[in-house]
Design a protein around this ligand. Structure first.
Ligand code: FA5
Ligand code: MG
Length: 447
């Protein structure tokens, strides 16, 4: 990987994505560095850890449809409205999501495809895809990551309920034999309620089915790791610990998140719940009722394959790629760490202009690509030591100058390649490009 060439005009009239041209407009915010990731589809690349993990998850649901080829270009209507997101939900904001234009965006989650998949008549399905979110820069966040959506729907009648209850008994029996400790919570509660119009008995049975199904999946995925395939997980005799937590999603109720204890840390791996009936109604399957989950692949793959930095998934370096074999969970052996190079950018932001942290990070990523390891806001510049510790300036990463009403910001960029040593000249050149892009795109005055 290397830095992209200096960008000229930050906003062309059209953007080419997967061979098609799309017009830009006043809310376009998807940078070239993100567009270049769209064709890669890591979850389908043979030998890639994300592909192996996808296969492992699919093998736990052999009788489900396995989908993985849907375009990431979706309408905000599909991504949000069809899933009952309120009009003012923060996820819709240009600071959180990537927009091609007002009518087209990059999906922020695989739930985007629930309606169309149910509409096709699928009743048991998994869907794996790349998803896009604007976010901070560090070892565990990347603006592109991968999710697996899973869903199962049943006839909303006595036969359907019987099917769920029988499946629950089967799964209970199966799990009883396994070395797993589950911290459970009620299937429904006042704060995590049955949907209006749902039979409480059916809804509870569905929530149980969802939990049992996912506990079984987790056992398969993490149990694999504990059965000696990798030696650094929980010990062979230690039980696998799973914890269920109450959650909220606009498109499910009741809703849950699941965490797994791995190497002494609780790891959030998925969100799920009983599908909102509005979703199924929109999809034309009003007579069905069911559950869905959405699971993030990177976090699980990082612990299963001992991958220390989320950027490594995007590495083209043979020293990374050649370590993995399709279908096998093996520990990554890091090659040597190259030195960091820290550079600060301090600037004034005039009061009537704005620059979100995510805007800053996107500029850095666009210029530096994967040569940036992390970006942190740093404390007050030493020229104003008297501001330290006072109430108004207790937030150390930025402050407003009392006379000129301008805001001061300071970010520290950590440049480090995963593949080689960076020269000082090279980093200085990248840093210069970052600064000039910032000046070009935002009303800032570099200090
Ligand atoms: C969702 O995306 C929901 N669509 C999940 C869902 C599906 C709920 C179906 C109900 C029914 P959330 O934003 O919490 O929820 O993300 C789900 C999972 O994706 C998280 O548990 C985590 O494993 C992963 N994830 C989320 N954000 C990131 C990130 N920035 N980097 C890596 N993984 C992430
Ligand atoms: Mg979450």
């Amino acid at each position: 990987s290397s830095a992209s060439s200096p960008s000229t005009s930050p906003l062309p009239k059209t953007l080419e994505i997967l061979g098609e041209r799309y017009p830009t407009d006043d809310i376009t915010n998807v940078p070239a560095s993100i567009i270049s990731k769209i064709p890669l589809r890591l979850h389908t690349q043979q030998h890639h850890p994300l592909s192996t993990l996808r296969g492992l998850i699919e093998s736990a649901y052999p009788d489900f449809a396995h989908l993985s080829s849907l375009s990431p270009l979706v309408t905000p209507f599909q991504n949000f409205d069809e899933l009952s997101f309120p009009a003012d939900h923060p996820g819709r904001s240009v600071t959180d999501s990537y927009y091609i234009n007002r009518d087209l965006m990059l999906r922020t989650h695989t739930s985007t495809h629930e309606v169309e998949t149910f509409r096709k008549g699928e009743t048991k399905w998994l869907l794996t895809a790349d998803v896009y979110r604007r976010d901070e820069i560090d070892g565990s966040h990347y603006p592109v990551f991968h999710q697996v959506e899973g869903a199962r729907i049943f006839d909303a009648n006595a036969n359907g309920l019987k099917e769920v209850e029988e499946d629950n008994e089967r799964l209970e029996r199966l799990l009883a034999k396994e070395n797993i400790v589950i911290e459970d919570i009620p299937d429904v509660s006042k704060t995590n309620p049955v949907q209006e119009g749902h039979d409480p008995v059916f809804s509870e049975a569905l929530a149980r089915n969802l939990k049992l199904s996912l506990n079984t999946l987790i056992l398969r995925v993490f149990g694999q790791a504990t059965k000696g395939l990798v030696g650094n997980g929980v010990g062979k005799e230690e039980p696998l610990r799973v914890r269920w937590i109450e959650a909220y999603f606009p498109f499910t109720s009741p809703s849950f998140e699941v965490e797994v204890l791995y190497q002494g840390k609780w790891l959030e791996i998925l969100g799920c719940g009983v599908v909102r009936q509005a979703t199924l109604d929109t999809a034309g399957v009003q007579n069905k009722i069911g559950w869905a989950f959405g699971l993030g692949l990177e976090r699980i793959a990082m612990v299963l394959f001992s991958i220390p930095d989320i950027r490594l998934f995007w590495s083209m370096d043979e020293r990374f790629l050649s370590q993995f074999e399709q279908g096998k969970i093996t520990s990554f052996k890091p090659y040597s760490k190259y030195p960091s190079c820290f550079k600060d950018v301090s600037f004034w932001l005039s009061k009537d202009s704005s620059l979100h942290d995510n805007d800053f990070c996107d500029v850095v990523r666009d210029v530096a690509g994967d040569l940036v390891e992390d970006v942190k806001k740093v404390g007050l510049p030493p020229v104003y030591p008297h501001h330290r510790g006072t109430q108004a300036y207790s937030q150390i990463d930025h402050f407003v100058h009392s006379k000129t009403n301008r805001e001061s910001n300071c970010f520290r960029i950590n440049y480090r390649s995963m593949d080689r040593s960076l020269s000082n000249d090279e980093v200085n050149e990248i840093q210069d490009q970052v600064v000039s892009r910032l000046k070009q795109q935002f009303a800032i005055e570099v200090r």
